[in-house]
Design a protein around this ligand. Sequence first.
Ligand SMILES: [Zn+2]
Length: 322
Amino acid sequence: MSPVFYVETKGELARMMPTAECCMIAELSAIARSSGRVEMRQNGDEPGPVFEISTENAAVARKIMAFVRSIYQVKPKVRFTRRRGGLPGNQYIVELPGDDGALQVLQDIGVVSQRGGSTSMRNGVPWEVLPRQCCFRCYLRGIFLARGYVQNPEKEYHMEFMTDSAVHARGIVRLAESFSVVPKISRRKKGHMVYVKGGDDVAQLLRVMGAHSAVLTLESVRVIRGVRGDVNRVVNCETANLTKAVDAGLIQVAAIRTIDEFIGLKSLPPGLQEIAGLRLTNPEVTLRELGQMLSPPISKSAVNHRMRRIVDMASRLDDNMG
Ligand SMILES: [Zn+2]
């Protein structure tokens, strides 16, 4: 029951900082909605209700603070306690700034609504704070960081997002649908679970949220699982080479998908476009074999050269779009 894949995925997503303000607001909104609550201030300047967001993950706490600092130019208060129930680690609690200000912040980021003098938690996804598709990604990432889970792909392909509201659950489904994934909803004791099963869907949602290392891990588990049947029929000493070729192929496939998603494969020069298309349909073959599939065929080192350009381009895109 190793949670390593989940912990690493969460860490990767927690460290990822969006640069656009629309995206920061979207992600903060999702986290605040899922992990926030109103508490009475016990000590401090003025007693009264404050909005607190709690997380057991230090990187997520840093992220919440960075969002608040960057969007509102104020430094939020943070404190930490031991986790309850004797669990290891700390619970970090970030307090939203301001007195009535906190309410304004919550309204700005679509967590609460005020009608006729009364304030209530918003039920669904606050679409008005998600003006662009970049914000959809960040909102999903926020929900995942607060109440998401992904199973180790060696066991099972499963990713879930928990929420307390059925309307919100349907909103999360719509967000995923905008990236061509159709999750299911299941009623649970602790709320509503939006989930996907199947390697393609889990990989796509990881990619959408920006967990590129997790995608690579998942894809290599998948292909190695997939080719294992074939490999077993081959002489054993070939396994190591095959696995190596498969790993390299997967890194290239992930790079090609990144390029396709951000700028489209059509924007590549013809030579790169051709090899990218071939690699997508043949993730497991060697560079030499790939070269021989072209007409006229090209050498292994020429294929290698083109692949390097593709992988470089994808990592530059990831850096810019992160
Ligand atoms: Zn955005």
